[in-house]
Ligand binder design. Structure first.
Ligand code: SF4
Ligand code: SF4
Length: 433
């Protein structure tokens, strides 16, 4: 009983944000999880009511509330459409951390986050071993999409996943420090885990684009994860450690802009590092704010800072039809939607075709996909249908995590549609120049 009082006391941190919700239910119409299940506990209003109940000590089931909180993609659709401006994601992330600090992190997550993710060099080595050994457990299933599936019955279920690259990006480019060229701009490049370990080709395309536009690039040796997998599971210890670690490695060199090609990393660095990292000295906090302030998505950087425009060249012959999926962390979190489209349209070999509901969540949601694959794939199938209905042969996006989910959905359905990052499409146009 005393413990529940302690939890209620901890939850007081979010009380002033909880009361902003006026229970209007508008979030029901945009929540992809609620659209599948129709359960009130799956939509923002229901989760906020559960948190309020816990805070008011109306019931005593923190683990049950945490379970409901984790049935959420953190896609931000509810927050983007909330007439009262409820900071739903801030509340959910803080509440997950508070309940985790009260109930404890599961042993599996403790090992993954604290023993592996929090130690970037060890994590890299383990993933490299994983890349070498993965062939024992998985077999290629779709050459066009580069997907594989499990050889034996496994916890991975029916997934068609993009396997670990034979060489991670940090082996191809362990460190880079080139001066600002004619552009007069030097960027720091935050590679992020999925690009590093699964899609190093995106990192290479980005470097190609920077070289072509004479932009200097700094890539520190051994940068770490942005911390979102740990934070979204309530592990603030690992999140704080990674923020501090990355701050140190990027502080080694001066640059004008920190670019990323991962919508989730961009949104985490810009929005969550300055507000949710704890135990930082005032100096560290200033540096976090400074870094967050100069972090940009790569397409935003290229359009707004380098002045990349749609191509005016008319190419003869058939064009490749491409559509674009808006990652939630880019459009709903940061309001970036036109820039990636401009970057794609800068390549005259492509014809752009908008898909229906381009900004509907793909259903990935990081660990949501691992814990609730049935729901994740049900949401992903709507995205797959819209992609295929657009008549495209390539779907582009700006988040490698969305690429994993979309590849899975297309591969399972046997569709002949490639999945690319917007910067890859731009970069292909440079090969012809
Ligand atoms: S979170 Fe916003 S949209 Fe949802 S019920 Fe509360 S006030 Fe309404
Ligand atoms: S963040 Fe997305 S999945 Fe979670 S409650 Fe809001 S709309 Fe639903």
């Amino acid at each position: 009983m005393q413990d529940m009082k302690k939890l209620a006391q901890l939850l007081k941190q979010i009380e002033d944000q909880l009361v902003v919700c006026m229970r209007c239910g508008m979030c029901q119409s945009v929540c992809p999880v609620f659209a599948e299940t129709g359960k009130e506990s799956d939509v923002a209003r229901g989760k906020l009511a559960l948190l309020d109940g816990l805070l008011q000590e109306m019931f005593k089931d923190p683990d049950g509330v945490q379970e409901r909180l984790l049935r959420c993609l953190l896609c931000g659709s509810c927050a983007a459409n909330c007439p009262s401006g409820v900071k739903v994601l801030d509340i959910f992330i803080k509440a997950r951390a508070i309940i985790t600090s009260y109930s404890g992190l599961s042993p599996v997550k403790k090992v993954i986050f604290r023993k592996m993710l929090a130690r970037p060099q060890l994590f890299d080595r383990l993933m490299e071993w994983g890349s070498k050994l993965q062939g024992i457990f998985i077999k290629p299933v779709d050459e066009l999409l580069g997907t594989s599936c499990a050889r034996f019955v496994s916890p991975l279920g029916d997934r068609h996943f993009s396997s670990l690259a034979p060489q991670p990006f940090h082996r191809l480019v362990p460190h880079l420090n080139t001066p600002a060229g004619a552009s007069g701009i030097k960027v720091g490049f935050f590679v992020g885990c999925v690009i590093d370990k699964v899609f190093p080709r995106i990192g290479q395309a980005l470097l190609h684009a920077m070289k072509h536009n004479e932009v200097g690039v700094f890539i520190p040796k051994d940068a770490g994860c942005c911390g979102i997998p740990a934070l979204s599971s309530g592990d603030t210890d690992t999140f704080n450690k990674l923020v501090r670690y990355n701050l140190k490695v990027f502080n080694a060199e001066k640059f004008d802009v920190l670019v990323t090609a991962c919508a989730t990393c961009t949104s985490t660095i810009k929005k969550l590092w300055p507000t949710l990292a704890e135990d930082l000295s005032s100096q560290e906090l200033d540096r976090v704010k400074n870094l967050a302030g100069k972090t940009m998505d790569i397409s935003q950087f290229m359009v707004e800072k380098l002045g990349i425009r749609e191509s005016a060249v008319t190419e003869n012959g058939a064009k490749t039809v491409v559509t674009y999926h808006d990652p939630c962390h880019l459009k709903k979190s940061l309001g970036i939607a036109t820039q990636p489209r401009t970057l794609i349209k800068a390549n005259p070999a492509y014809e752009f075709m908008e898909m229906k509901e381009a900004d509907q969540c793909c259903g990935c949601g990081g660990s949501f996909n691992l814990q609730h694959y049935d729901l994740s794939s049900a949401i992903g199938k709507h995205k797959r249908d819209n992609i295929v209905d657009s008549g495209c042969s390539v779907v582009a996006t700006s988040c490698p995590a969305c690429m994993l989910q979309i590849s899975d959905m297309l591969s399972q359905a046997g569709d002949r549609v490639k999945v690319k990052h917007a910067v890859e499409i731009y970069s292909e146009s440079l090969d012809k120049k």
